[in-house]
Design a protein around this ligand. Structure first.
Ligand SMILES: [Zn+2]
Ligand SMILES: [Zn+2]
Length: 366
């Protein structure tokens, strides 16, 4: 099967033929149908997220089951599936309390995070090198063997490009706002960064009937695009101070702010743009060594809250199921996120579009 492999950080992906093994106990062989090209893959290529190589990236995936291993329950060949990049066991304390995004088994051993749970590879190149699969997935390949616990079976009528995006950016963004505790209708919201995740936070704010929905970015065309997802106001942070402007629009600061990008400067601005008792949510992944310098008196006097939010702030498969149902009943906009479809052979062009800061999502289709 053909796959795009990252052999060395900073280099282009190489399209090569790999051999793929059979699914073992608790594993499933999936034929890929669509894979979104996410900024996190881009971060791995450029070394901001340190992952082992050689690796097949791609964690925003949809496909059709070809074969199941022993003891796989509730999944059969021919099923359409979305994949979670946290494979949740269902038995640890986090899974049992509804926080499968923090599954202890998934995070227990960094050595196996990008291999199957028995610490072996399912894919090898022609020289018999074992190839890592990003978070046990690896969607930039025609096929994958993945743990059954990473799969959500979905109705066949969901288009694969839509299903793929639910695998990462829609769940992270939409879930990241609608799953916040006690968020109220009529709140004011500011979203920093209008990439795939940011646009889905805007969409979530719209679905919660947020009052003012302010999109912040440094690109005018991304801000123009943000209006399609519910932004009522936009701010180009290159031209004006977003904190001052947000305070002006909302008469003192927003109830909720989100950093969908992941940077110390933006996180600080997200906290500073809150009104009293506001909540700043950090959704984007920054460099592992990043810190943020916040004014403590501002936090105390104004009773501000800062939360981290990972993969939709809840069990990913539960959030995904909710989003699939909302898609099928016309309550969430996903197709407009898809800017362009690429063949696997064009994958490096899809990443160049991220460098150029193009709107929306590129999706690899198989
Ligand atoms: Zn992603
Ligand atoms: Zn678990």
């Amino acid at each position: 099967m053909k796959a795009a492999v990252l052999y060395e950080v900073g280099k282009k992906l190489e399209i090569i033929d790999l051999s793929i093994g059979k699914p073992k106990q608790g594993e499933v062989l999936v034929n890929m149908k669509a894979a979104g090209v996410c900024a996190s893959d881009h971060h791995v290529i450029h070394g901001q997220i340190p992952y082992p190589t050689p690796i097949v990236l791609g964690h925003e995936n949809a496909g059709v089951v070809e074969e199941i291993g022993e003891n796989v329950q509730g999944i059969k060949p021919g099923d359409s599936v979305i994949m979670s990049f946290v494979s949740s066991c269902g038995n640890c304390n986090y899974c049992r309390t509804g926080l499968a995004n923090h599954c202890s088994r998934h995070y227990s051993d960094p050595k196996v995070q990008h291999k199957l749970f028995d610490n072996t590879f399912r894919i090898h190149d022609q020289k018999d090198n074992g190839i890592f699969q990003m978070n046990k997935l690896g969607g930039f390949a025609e096929k994958q063997v993945v743990p059954e616990d990473s799969l959500l079976v979905i109705p066949n009528e969901v288009p694969p490009e839509v299903a793929a995006l639910i695998g990462c950016c829609v769940t992270t963004g939409f879930g990241g706002i609608v799953n916040l505790e006690n968020i109220k209708t009529g709140s004011t919201v500011a979203v920093f960064g209008c990439g795939g995740v940011g646009l889905n936070i805007l969409e979530g704010a719209k679905s919660l009937n947020a009052n003012k929905i302010i999109a912040v970015d440094i690109s005018d065309h991304k801000l123009e695009f943000a209006y399609k997802f519910g932004a009522t106001h936009v701010i180009n942070a290159k031209n004006e101070d977003p904190v001052e402007k947000i305070k002006e629009i909302t008469d003192g600061g927003v109830d909720y702010s989100f950093d969908s990008f992941g940077s110390s400067m933006i996180m600080k601005q997200a906290v500073e743009s809150l009104g009293r008792r506001g909540t700043a949510s950090l959704v984007g992944l920054a460099h592992p060594k990043s810190d943020v310098d916040l004014n403590m008196v501002d936090l105390v006097r104004n009773e501000k809250k800062v939360v981290g939010s990972f993969y939709g702030y809840a069990s990913p498969l539960v959030t995904m199921k909710k989003i699939v149902d909302m898609y099928l009943t016309g309550k969430i906009n996903i197709e407009p996120l898809i800017r362009k479809k690429f063949m696997l052979s064009e994958i490096n062009e899809a990443f160049e579009d991220i460098d150029k800061g193009e709107d929306g999502r590129g999706v690899i289709v198989f």
